[in-house]
Ligand binder design. Sequence first.
Ligand code: IPM
Ligand code: MG
Length: 384
Amino acid sequence: MIRGDDRGEEYGDAYPVEVQWGRPLRMTAADLRPRIVLLPGDGIGPEIVAAARRVLEAVGEFEITEQVVGGASIDVHGTALADEVLEACRRSDAVLLGAVGGPKWDTTDPQAPRPEQGLLRLRKGLGLYANLRPVRPSPALVDASPLRDERLAGTDLLVVRELTGGIYFGDSGRDGDRAHDTCEYSVAEIERIATVAFDAARRRAAGKSRTPRVTSVDKANVLETSRLWRETVERLAGDYPEVELEHMLVDNAAMQLVSSPARFDVILTENMFGDILSDESAMLTGSLGMLPSASLGSDRPGLFEPVHGSAPDIAGRGVANPLATVLSVAMMLGHGLDRPDEAAVIEAAVDSVLQRGLRTFDLAGAGEEPVGTDEITEAVLATL
Ligand code: IPM
Ligand code: MG
């Protein structure tokens, strides 16, 4: 499905100009190329996004533009996400982001702009309430995991994190020597993210003989938002009789993720718990450098980005692991652009490169000679 078509139909002849949404009315094949906005961001962001761009361009034709976000944007515009950049993202079919942040912009001054605000504004501005973070340790990497093989065996989980509500977006402020951040959720917000989780559980189990399971993670023994969360998820579960629902307190979930990760299927949780648990889950794969993510709303564009941060300590040295970003391109093709075949080709290429023993320094074990960003990217390109 190409979105240009939908938009054409939606406005039809009633839209009296030659150009709709920046696309000419009479479309040629070149006009129908999906529009991708790249937001490299800070630290290793530019290196890994450049690598991912090469992979993207190797699998298809896209209209690609690059924009600044995060610290890079603060340097140019004085704000972490300029209005025109948000607008360009809105008009695109998908957005690929590297990472934001770095010591240069670290501050506790509430008046000063922070790189992370760019990402939060992008999520809110594009209505991206559902963050999907799949964790499936590559068989070639079991030795890189901090867990023993037998604990890790069979781990294949998906974190579904609510992304535009909760304490990240509630009222916050300072008053003299006090500060506050407010956590709020509405039934509607909980229902729509829970629907994503139940649907994902159903899809993941389709054609398999196992029972789909959703583990809803909260802190219902303490927090009122968590009690509303639990009640709402419980009610929605009635629409999914084939999905097994369990509730788990977040501290227990953090513990079980390292003691028995294979017991999880879909983890459904609110914004901040999801932030913390997804980093923890990511480390099960041996490196934060391997995990992709998709942030989706009820319409295009989605935002695709690696789970890891901007790693300023290794920025510019050509050693960053680009695979999480390359795998985010695969998620972009699969989830964002309805091109699952190209997504599968990229995933297979990454697996194959790891299988052959190539390791960036974050993955290399004792006695393994690490390769750089370019080398591993070339290897992926050669395998496609
Ligand atoms: C993430 C990051 C962000 C978050 C930061 C950079 C605002 O940690 O995507 O997990 O907390 O959501
Ligand atoms: Mg995080």
